[in-house]
Design a protein around this ligand. Structure first.
Ligand SMILES: [Zn+2]
Length: 231
């Protein structure tokens, strides 16, 4: 299935919008919203998506047919993705997968995000790993995965995600490459600095905290829409 068609299916069951006006749970305002979490209820689609990412890695020549790739995926969606491709990837893409799911470790507030191996840690020395996940955000999950992989002498060489909203470069993330099925350039700002508010763009009540904004600002001149719609 072509990626565009596949992404249309993904957008039907997830909260992914761009070119809109939303309020995040943080209270910040933005021009888009990317939340793939509902894919955990659509495993067959999630498998299709994970395989499509690996096909794109092949097309971009980060991997080639017959390669064995070490994938790490943090819970929840990343772990589901790597577990789904474990036995299916070769037949679908010609790439062999060795996979490790990662669990989040509870840490005191203020401490950096931390992961651990869900099961046995890899017995690969100086191994190269690909970090697979649903969304590349600001890179704090990437950094946590990089630290874990470094403890066994390995290195994260690439990031394989459905969506990239990081607005940064592989170099800054400390990897050689990033492969994403879609990339978002979202404007994010405080309520005070929000250009969309200044230009009175209607605010979506969902997803996010648009409803809360409405309760605090019932007379907002731009008005409100029930649900975000991508431009
Ligand atoms: Zn705004």
């Amino acid at each position: 299935m072509p990626n565009k068609q596949l992404l249309n299916q993904v957008h039907k069951v997830t909260d992914v919008y761009s070119g809109t006006h939303v309020v995040y749970t943080s209270g910040l305002h933005g021009s888009g919203y990317v939340d793939y979490r509902n894919l955990q209820n659509h495993k067959e689609l999630l498998l299709e998506v994970a395989c499509a990412i690996v096909q794109k890695m092949r097309a971009e020549e980060w991997v080639e047919k017959g390669d064995t790739v070490n994938f790490v995926g943090p819970k929840t969606l990343g772990a589901m993705m790597v577990n789904l491709i474990k036995y299916e990837l070769y037949a679908r893409t010609g790439i062999n997968a060795r996979v490790w799911a990662l669990d989040k470790v509870e840490v005191p507030e203020g401490q950096p995000k931390t992961f651990t191996w869900s099961e046995e840690k890899p017995d690969v020395q100086d191994g190269e790993f690909v970090f697979m996940d649903d969304l590349l955000n600001q890179g704090s999950t990437t950094a946590a995965v990089q630290r874990l992989v470094a403890t066994i002498g390995g290195r994260v060489v690439g990031i394989a995600v459905i969506g990239d909203r990081s607005n940064t470069t592989p170099e800054k993330l400390g990897v050689d490459w990033v492969t994403a099925l879609e990339t978002f350039k979202l404007e994010v700002s405080t309520e005070e600095d929000c250009l969309l508010c200044r230009h009175q763009f209607p605010i979506a009540l969902s997803p996010g905290h648009g409803q809360k904004f409405k309760e605090a600002n019932p007379t907002y001149q731009g008005g409100f829409v029930e649900k975000a719609v991508s431009a």
